[in-house]
Design a protein around this ligand. Structure first.
Ligand SMILES: [Zn+2]
Length: 115
């Protein structure tokens, strides 16, 4: 039930959930090492993935904010463009689902040494 999670930047395996960073790249979800993501933040990775992290607390907080703002906009705007924020919510849910199904669930029980 395990599959190797390969880092997009260095092509090495990601073994620990703490090391995993998932980002969306156009309509695909890509996995990276935490270090590789941070190291290249102002370089290639910033162009490819404009600071849109999916997993971890930063990803979850931005996701929650996006859902709240999206729903608020949906009820505030009385025009057909109100479906645009709704579309982004659905897209964001899709990214989070893919991030979980493709990467996060494979690493959930790997990390044993707490702290
Ligand atoms: Zn890497």
């Amino acid at each position: 039930m395990t599959k190797p999670i390969i880092c997009f930047a260095c092509k090495k395996e990601i073994k620990d959930k703490d090391e995993l960073v998932t980002v969306n790249h156009y309509f695909q979800v890509t996995s990276l090492h935490h270090d590789c993501y941070n190291k290249d933040e102002r370089g290639v990775m910033a162009i490819l993935f404009p600071n849109h992290r999916l997993n971890g607390w930063t990803g979850n907080i931005s996701f929650i904010f996006m859902v709240i703002i999206g729903i608020a906009l949906f009820f505030m705007i009385d025009h057909s463009i109100r479906y645009i924020p709704l579309f982004f919510i659905i897209l964001e849910c899709y990214y989070h689902l893919v991030s979980y199904i493709c990467f996060e669930r494979y690493l959930s029980n790997v990390h044993n040494d707490e702290g």
